[in-house]
Design a protein around this ligand. Structure first.
Ligand code: NAD
Length: 428
């Protein structure tokens, strides 16, 4: 089967796209293809619930400070809503709304029975002590105790939150319900009911999607050059697993810049280096390049796994890869989509490529509910099956509609949620 590419007119280039607009542009194309009726369109574009809370805490110096907290439940038609919580000084409600909608489509694409949500606290964790962070987390959870719940809304870690944050949320929620509720969050420490394989799950999903897409493009892993942007959880594990598959990883990067070696970088050495030095700064096994140059290196596969808005209408013209696998959320602006499509660069979209994390979060929730825990082999086997099935379904949807994989994924997800909504009906 040949790969279909979208042939729509190039979108007008804007000065700035906010993440919600970027998501809506893709959603609108899917809605048009599906011929969604106006009411269903309105229903699916509107978050089901947006909760704003203030979080007053006593700081270590005795003063009182009030922080702002959000939780947006975009949609819970397919099941309890699922989505991370980020701590960031410049997070906005618009950003949280976009991320919550992405979660709805992501869960639908990988066929797990969850809706989409996202939460945030506007704060700068680098300026807070551990005690202050714990107080913020507990007060945020207490204020959200009627929103969260293992059958209602299940948070997970996101930017600047981690296993410890999830442990505090689980404990605070459990204090309020007066019973231990491990299933109220995922991404917990293993000892508290976390899942084996969760830490590596997003990178593993990226690797599985990359191999599936390479197969469609007749690229052999052992004869392919890969560039990975970002060397945190997703980037380093994607790079490591692709390296283990025989790919030559010619470029890696983090916040300190890019590192290029045409002969290939030993990823295990790079990971060891970061474990010792915290960043890739000073890494001498490769030549230094800027992050902008890194994206434009000659390679077969580019994995943006750092942050949003990296591939724009400007640099899309200059990329030299054949395949992009989006490890990060929203690394490509909607304005770049038609350019990549025109240049016949295949893009495995974020809502498929990085869905390995939420898939194993679902496995964690299932294990918590049964209080029966799986081996890492079982987790990885089931993840591989889920990701392969999702990739094939997205590819089939894209082929059928003569669209890119991104629009194929959106069409599939929006159709699934819309059909479920129709069956459930509108109450009221
Ligand atoms: P992380 O904080 O562990 O790592 C981020 C990496 O990006 C770091 O190496 C950092 O130095 C680097 N970075 C930051 N700014 C950069 C820049 N301008 N250029 C190059 N590198 C830069 O985060 P993560 O968990 O790996 O998440 C990365 C992306 O993947 C985010 O978009 C996140 O939303 C998405 N994601 C993560 C998961 C997960 O399970 N962790 C799941 C789905 C999606």
């Amino acid at each position: 089967m040949s790969i279909p590419y979208q042939s729509s007119e190039p979108a007008p280039i804007k000065d700035h796209e906010n993440p919600f607009e970027s998501m809506m542009e893709r959603f609108n194309i899917a809605a048009e293809i599906l011929n969604l009726e106006d009411g269903v369109y309105d229903y699916l574009r509107t978050p089901a619930r947006q909760v704003l809370v203030s979080i007053p805490i006593q700081m270590d110096d005795g003063s009182i400070k009030v922080f702002e907290g959000f939780r947006v439940i975009h949609n819970d038609i397919l099941g309890p809503s699922k989505g991370g919580i980020r701590y960031s000084p410049d997070v906005s409600l618009e950003e949280v709304k976009a991320l919550a909608a992405w979660m709805t489509w992501k869960c639908a694409v990988v066929n797990i029975p969850f809706g989409g949500a996202k939460g945030a606290v506007k704060c700068d964790p680098s300026k807070l002590t551990q005690t202050e962070l714990e107080k913020i987390t507990r007060r945020y959870t207490a204020n959200m105790s009627s929103v969260f719940g293992p059958d209602k809304d299940i948070p997970a870690p996101d930017m600047n939150t981690n296993e410890q944050t999830m442990a505090w949320i689980m404990d605070t929620y459990s204090m309020h319900t007066q019973r231990t509720e491990t299933g109220v969050v995922t991404g917990k420490p293993i000892i508290l009911g976390g899942s084996l394989g969760r830490r590596e799950a997003t990178g593993r999903g990226v690797m599985i999607c990359t191999l599936a897409a390479m197969d469609k493009l007749s690229l052999s892993p052992t004869d392919s050059d890969v560039v990975v942007q970002g060397f945190g959880n997703v980037g380093s594990i994607s790079a490591q697993l692709l390296y283990e598959q025989g790919c030559r990883i010619v470029g890696i990067s983090d916040v300190t810049g890019g590192y290029y070696n045409a002969k290939g970088i030993n990823i295990n050495k790079a990971i060891e280096y970061v474990q010792k030095n915290r960043t890739l700064g000073g890494f001498t096994e490769a030549d230094a390049v800027t992050n902008a140059e890194l994206l434009e290196l000659q390679c077969d596969v580019l994995v943006p796994a750092a942050k949003e808005d990296q591939i724009t209408a400007d640099n899309a013209e200059r990329l030299k890869c054949k395949l992009i696998v989006e490890g990060a959320n929203g690394p490509t602006l909607a304005e770049a989509d038609p350019i990549l499509s025109e240049r016949r660069i295949m893009v495995v979209p974020d809502i498929l490529a990085n869905a390995g994390g939420v898939t194993v979060s679902y496995f964690e929730w299932v294990q918590d509910r049964q209080a029966y825990f799986w081996s890492v082999e079982r987790v990885n086997r089931r993840l591989e099956r889920a990701m392969r099935n999702a990739f094939d379904a997205v590819y089939e949807s894209a082929s059928r509609h003569q669209q890119t994989l991104r629009i194929g994924a959106y069409v599939m997800a929006v159709d699934k949620v819309a059909k479920t909504l129709k069956l459930r009906g509108i109450y009221g």
